[in-house]
Ligand binder design. Sequence first.
Ligand SMILES: [Zn+2]
Ligand SMILES: [Zn+2]
Length: 364
Amino acid sequence: MKTRAALFLGAGRPLELREIELDDPRDDEVLVRMGAVGICGTDLHSIKGEWERPTPMVLGHEGAGVVESVGSAVTTVRPGDRVVLSWAPSCGDCVDCRRGRPAACVPLHRAMAGGTLIDGGTGMCLDGETVYRGTATGALSEHVVVAERVALSLEDDVPLEDAALLGCAALTGVGAVLFAAKVEPGASVFVVGAGGVGQFVLQGARLAGSGTVFSVEPAAARREQATRLGAAAAVPPEEVTDAMRELLPDGADYAFDAVGEPETTKLAMRWTKNGGTCVVVGLPSGATRLQIDPAEFYRREKHLTGTIYGSEDPAVSLPILLDHVRAGRLDLGEMLGPVLPLEEVNDAIESSLGGSGGRVVVRP
Ligand SMILES: [Zn+2]
Ligand SMILES: [Zn+2]
């Protein structure tokens, strides 16, 4: 079939809307009419040219939509079902898949670097040439075909714009707190970066019943969101030392780096309390190396760890997050920034690059 997608053609160039060819769903695949797709930092890495990716490529991996048709072997969803996409269509067989971490799957990461799915194909083309898929998904399209196991059922009536955020930022940020760090009630939390993922780390801290929460973020609109989400203070980077000395002079029990650059990880590690835990959540913009004083470990006994996709299988963590949404404990609607039609996808990207307070969402 034909569908309309936003094509990424190279760093610094605007995305272009094109009609592309989509393969029919195979036995174990489903065709989804996308309803909402969030713009994630990972998409921006490609757009800014920080990650090399083949082109043309359909970006977007944080999405929700409605199933239109299913392959003959599909049993878990039916046409008309609303679904959240997981961006980890993994191999199911490697050591990471077997430990319940499909997002860490080695063949999946190889495929993502090459802009394809696990089998090396993409199921998308334009004028006979391959169209690549961002983050093994390619959701910035009116329709997309995905494996049944990554079309996760959304049984209740959470609006699709809200549900889209679950697909990456919420599972990643909330999961970092609940499933990776397992923050205890009363523990203090420091969050570096209050973009989409950082805001969900803050919500995770609230869910965990944490004590004092402190956030550092350069964009004013995002600092406002951080305070609204329970941070005792949210300051620009130049004020972090003074503010921390006042609020948490010994550092925080848990520090989360929602950005993932060496500088931000260093900052998170600096303000991790002795014996505490620093968790890297964000992804760096390129091949980088961390330099850390070994005394952070042997004398101060700090722990440094990381998380991918909330350190849980999305099929397991999504229902847990949906329970929190239904009970009013996890906020999605208030996390939304501008919601724009596919025609305005470039404005959406501009808004996200410009530090929009809420998550920018495109409606394909
Ligand atoms: Zn993402
Ligand atoms: Zn695997």
